[in-house]
Ligand binder design. Structure first.
Ligand SMILES: [Zn+2]
Ligand SMILES: [Zn+2]
Length: 423
């Protein structure tokens, strides 16, 4: 659909390009203005280059079918070992504290001394993922169609059934393991979920449950837990904002640099440097293993939901931010239509040309849902490059609408909250 449409010439190659005031004008011949925003990515250049290379080599590996068992590749084992070593630190601190209390006397001194390792253990302890106490949960009883679909998917994929569904206003759908029993939970972000067609919903859910099957969430928890220990260590062993000031003050008051300042700097350079390199290596290994995990989850999704629906679903996720904005507009300026209906219309209205621009943008800019996802154009290309798969699980229009009905009450509560926040 193109309203108020006109044409103009590409300033770069003089090709005629259509103009639709609601979308970016760009040239499909020379890619002029595919990316109208200035590219300011917060990530360092090495990481961008590395991601590019990784995406390419991984893509080739998967395209040629060199695929081992999902889950445990060298990068993942490496990341797992490095994380495990880090997580031994709080354990060692805890044991040291207990040993001091048990074996060291006098007791008053051992208590004082044990406080240091024990508080260190407390600070660095790994934490389980918890649900936000205000999270909007959908109960199994109140959403039989949704849970029947989730159970069918879990059975077909060969993973544990989902314990709970969380509805939130984020433009994403996710899989998480909650608590120390690592219960599988699916998060449905309304702006993305509302804009998906029935079979695309199957694809996205199959992708997320595919992560569950491949053990990605447990692995992610371990790497994240190690990451937060490393973060604390980096904070401790790097120059703090006040360090320099203190040093200058000391220099001004006494002519020679204080030995304490010197020691701090040496420790920051050695221990801090070690911690930074370790974090870098862990990040690099984890990046490869999580990008691979995404491709494997995509493959699972294509097996379950069919190749076409999966590729479309991935392209839909490129519209997630636009869906969110449509939702926001609808909540701010009530125009008499249901907010989620506004999202559906906004997504359905997006012309193929705009989706194509976003796919190209993902190639130019590596736009990802988050930094652990490979660029969308490679993901869809890989799905379409493999022999087409027919769907194993099919969601009819009626069942899809029934699911919307089951989610309605919870969705209303979520939207009401978001409306209050926006105002
Ligand atoms: Zn052009
Ligand atoms: Zn994923």
């Amino acid at each position: 659909m193109q309203t108020d449409a006109g044409v103009t010439r590409c300033p770069q190659c003089a090709q005629q390009v259509p103009v639709d005031p609601r979308y970016v004008t760009w040239c499909d011949k020379c890619d002029w203005n595919v990316d109208p925003s200035a590219t300011d990515r917060p990530e360092p250049t090495w990481r961008q280059r590395l991601e590019h290379r990784l995406a390419d080599t991984l893509y080739r590996e998967l395209e040629h079918g060199h695929l081992h068992r999902p889950g445990w590749d060298a990068a993942r084992i490496g990341a797992w070992l490095l994380s495990g070593l880090v997580l031994l630190l709080p354990l060692a601190a805890l044991l040291a504290g207990i040993a001091l209390l048990v074996f060291y006397r006098p007791l008053w001194l051992s208590i004082l001394l044990a406080l240091i390792p024990l508080s260190l253990a407390l600070l660095l302890r790994p934490r389980a993922h918890r649900l936000d106490p205000d999270a909007h949960l959908v109960e199994r009883d109140s959403a039989p169609t949704l849970f029947a679909l989730l159970d069918e998917l879990a059975r077909t994929i060969g993973t544990k059934p989902v314990t709970a569904v969380v509805v939130d206003p984020e433009p994403t759908v996710y899989f998480a393991r909650i608590g120390w029993r690592f219960r599988p939970v699916i998060g449905l972000g309304l702006p993305l979920w509302a804009g998906l067609g029935p079979q695309e919903r199957v694809a996205i859910l199959a992708h997320e449950l595919g992560h569950g099957k491949n053990g990605d969430a447990r692995h992610g928890w371990m790497v994240n837990a190690a990451g937060s220990v490393l973060y604390e260590l980096r904070q401790t062993f790097s120059e703090q904002p006040l360090d320099r000031y203190r040093q200058e003050l000391a220099d001004a008051m006494w002519a020679d640099p204080t030995p304490a300042g010197l020691v701090t700097r040496i420790v920051n350079a050695t221990v801090g440097g070690g911690v930074r390199s370790y974090s870098w290596l862990l990040g690099k290994l984890d990046l490869r293993s999580s990008q691979r995990a995404e491709y494997l989850a995509d493959r699972k999704a294509a097996e379950i939901a069919g190749s076409d629906a999966t590729a479309w679903a991935l392209e839909r996720t490129l519209l997630a931010d636009a869906s969110y904005r449509a939702l926001e507009r609808s909540l701010r300026f009530d125009k008499g239509i249901q907010p989620l209906e506004a999202v559906r219309r906004a997504v359905a209205e997006v012309p193929a040309r705009e989706i194509e621009r976003r796919v190209r943008l993902s190639r130019l800019q590596d736009t990802r849902i988050d930094s652990t996802h490979p660029p969308t154009y490679l993901r869809t290309k890989l799905i379409r490059a493999r022999p087409a798969q027919r769907a194993l699980v099919v969601l009819t229009n009626d069942r899809s609408r029934a699911i919307d009905g089951e989610l309605a009450t919870t969705a209303d509560a979520v939207l009401k909250e978001l409306r209050t926040e926006l105002r």
